[in-house]
Design a protein around this ligand. Structure first.
Ligand code: ZN
Ligand code: ZN
Length: 260
């Protein structure tokens, strides 16, 4: 019964985000739809749907279990200094956002630098069509790593679980937006606020993801010299490495020894 309820929730949530992003991608679409196709039903759509369902129905519970255990241990240890917990709430929230952005920036950069992390993060970069649904194309270990990094500051600062859930939800929705296939731009504000334009360049084939690591605010990219915002939009996405695109293999391949 609970599985049916979970499935129903997954369908309702997908309908809700599609209700927002399908019109956005229709009226502000960044690229031209492939001829003869329904605009939102692009190639690999079904594969990304499997990533979505896999994440919601199976792997989110796994992520919650692992992070719950790790954060419980951190909370009990001396790793969480008490003076951080005693700061005023507005200051705490500000510091948590800055610390999360800093950690995500370097955590994401490390994924593109170290082979062991890249083999899992590569799954996200195999998307040849980037839109809101492709945001879910993630290996479960990548998901644990990213959610863990972005939530760690909130745990160290002792924010309550509702506030933390709010942060995670907001960052999740923002991730859908920056992946959306739209040409919505923020003008000069794009040095403060991430946009689809910036993140799409992170997915561009030749850039190999070596720019625009930030999610929420590109300030870290500006500070560390990886901000990249050329005038046009990318023509090709994905990774030059050979990949088996099918969902099942994308989950398994990073766990297998490297093929020579
Ligand atoms: Zn992405
Ligand atoms: Zn990346």
């Amino acid at each position: 019964m609970w599985l049916f309820e979970l499935f129903a929730q997954a369908v309702v949530f997908l309908a809700a985000i599609s209700l927002v992003f399908v019109p956005l991608e229709y009226f502000w679409r960044a690229d031209k739809p492939e001829p003869g196709r329904i605009p939102w039903l692009r190639r690999d759509w079904f594969n990304d749907l499997l990533f979505y369902l896999g994440q919601i129905l199976i792997f989110n519970a796994f992520t919650l279990f692992v992070l719950g255990w790790v954060f419980h241990r951190i909370g009990e240890s001396a790793l969480a200094p008490t003076f951080l917990r005693e700061l005023a709430l507005p200051l705490k929230i500000f510091l948590v956002i800055v610390a999360s952005d800093l950690l995500i920036y370097w955590g994401h950069r490390a994924q593109h630098r170290f082979a062991f992390l890249w083999r899992f993060h590569r799954v996200h970069h195999t998307a040849e069509h980037v839109d809101y649904l492709a945001a879910y194309r993630e290996h479960p270990f990548d998901n644990i790593y990213t959610r863990g990094i972005e939530t760690l500051p909130a745990i160290l600062f002792g924010l309550d679980l509702n506030t933390i859930a709010g942060f995670v939800t907001f960052r999740g929705l923002w991730a859908l937006f920056i992946h959306s296939n739209t040409n919505i731009r923020f003008g000069f504000l794009e040095v403060l606020l991430g946009s689809p334009h910036l993140h799409h360049w992170h997915h561009e084939l030749d850039k190999r993801g070596l720019c625009n690591y930030a999610n929420l605010s590109p300030l870290m990219d500006l500070a560390f010299g990886t901000y990249y915002s050329p005038p046009g939009r990318p023509q090709k996405y994905g990774t030059a490495e050979p990949v088996r695109q099918a969902w099942f293999w994308q989950l398994i391949d990073p766990l297998l020894p490297r093929r020579r």
